[in-house]
Structure formats: C-alpha cells, structure tokens
Design a protein around this ligand. Structure first.
Ligand code: NVA
Length: 230
C-alpha cells in the first residue's frame, strides 16, 4: 500500500516514524513538501485531495488551520491521518500514552500535568483525558490559557486549571510540556519568551510531582526555555 504524506510545516519525528513504519510493514511512502508542490503555488486543498487520493491508499497531513485537513478529508477517497494542525496533534499523544503505559502501566486514574502553552498538543491531551479516563492539570501563563469553551466540551470532570505551575505539577504521575512558540507563531517568539519565563519544568518542579513521575516533551526541546537541561 502507498501512503502520501503532505507537510505544510517542518517535521522530523513524524516523518521518520511514518516512513520507517510503512517500509517495515512492506508499504511505500510519497512525501510531498508544500514548497516543492503545486500547493506552494496556491492550488486549492480540495483539488489536491481529488487528484492525490485516487492514486494512494492513505494520506497523512501536517498543516496549519485544522479546517484545511477537514476540507481535504471531505474530498478524499481514502482515510486521512492528522499529522499535526494548529489545533491538534493526535499521533503525538497516542505515542506519549503508549510510552506511559510501557513504563508505568495503565494511565487510567493517573494525573498528567501540562505546563505551558495551551496549544495543539495540550488540546489533544485534554481530549485523551476523557477517552482514557485520567486527570489533566493545566497551567499556562496569563493570556495563553485554555479557552473555557474547550474545557467544557472536553469534559471538565477530567480537567483542572491552575495559575501556579508548581501546583499543577504537585503529585502528578506525568509532567509534560512543549515549546513556548509553536510552528506558525514565530512572530510572537520574543514576547512569548518573556511571558513564559515562569513556566519552565525544572528539578524543583519535578520534586513536587509524584515519586515515580515521568517527564515527557513532544520535542524539539529548547533547553533553558520550557525545560531545564538538568
Ligand atoms: N506545539 C508544537 C509541536 C511540535 C511537534 C508545534 O506545533 O510546533
């Protein structure tokens, strides 16, 4: 079978894992980068879907607005995997939960603390909390908090929002974070550096977490920013 991967944003882990996985399973992969294809010249996503999908068996897309992947999927003849949008990053959270289970067993009833931006990775953790039945603590700087509507739609019973990142991490089974500036938000980088300064995961924060707490980061990590090198 053939997988087409469409990257409108950078990728390292997603690209390598999908490509290696397909090769190991006996399939093949076509990788399309926006800049080298007609997408980069403004071809509508609907046309791209109509043209690509009769020739392949499955598609993975990494893009900007979530709506772009929805539009592609509406015109696709084959299943479409979300390889990250501005709103969600489901493959990452499946990978993280798989890893948690490998190291610590079931995640059910456990507490995951998210420290930092309420971004695509955070939103997906929140969806997963409901599906896998674990508690999700979120601490984000003022101005970067989770929109209240999201908490409501993703089952507030699993969600607790904190102002103080140390309190969010207290007793957690997993502490996790992400870059202060996600792809697509580069113009805000300097402002974010200042606003996120108190939201760094370090040994002091990890000492407040549970005794066997794990730390995870979807990577790439910026040591000295969202996570201390130690
Ligand atoms: N929140 C990050 C995740 C990178 C894997 C981003 O969207 O850039």
């Amino acid at each position: 079978r053939t997988l087409a991967m469409v990257f409108e944003k950078h990728s390292t882990r997603t690209r390598v894992s999908f490509e290696a996985g397909m090769n190991q399973l006996g399939g093949s992969v076509i990788t399309l980068m926006t800049r080298d294809t007609q997408l980069g010249r403004g071809e509508p996503i609907e046309d791209v879907a109509r043209v690509i999908t009769p020739m392949v068996d499955i598609v993975m897309i990494r893009t900007f607005e979530h709506e772009i992947i929805e539009r592609f999927a509406r015109h696709s003849r084959v299943p479409v995997i979300n390889g990250l949008t501005d709103e969600y990053h489901p493959c990452q959270i499946l990978g993280d939960i798989f890893t948690f289970v490998e190291h610590r067993g079931s995640i059910r009833g456990k507490t995951v603390a998210w420290i930092g931006d309420s971004n695509n990775v955070c939103h997906t953790w929140m969806q997963a909390a409901k599906i896998f039945d674990f508690n999700f603590h979120v601490a984000s700087p003022a101005g970067y908090e989770l929109e209240p509507e999201r908490g409501e739609s993703y089952e507030s019973a699993h969600l607790e929002v904190f102002n103080d990142p140390m309190e969010a991490a207290r007793g957690a089974d997993l502490v996790t974070t992400d870059v202060w500036t996600s792809m697509g938000f580069e113009d805000e980088k300097e402002e974010r550096k200042q606003n996120f300064a108190d939201f760094r995961v370090d040994s002091e924060m990890m000492s407040l977490a549970g005794k066997d707490a794990l730390f995870m980061h979807c990577l790439p990590a910026h040591r000295g920013e969202e996570v201390d090198a130690e």
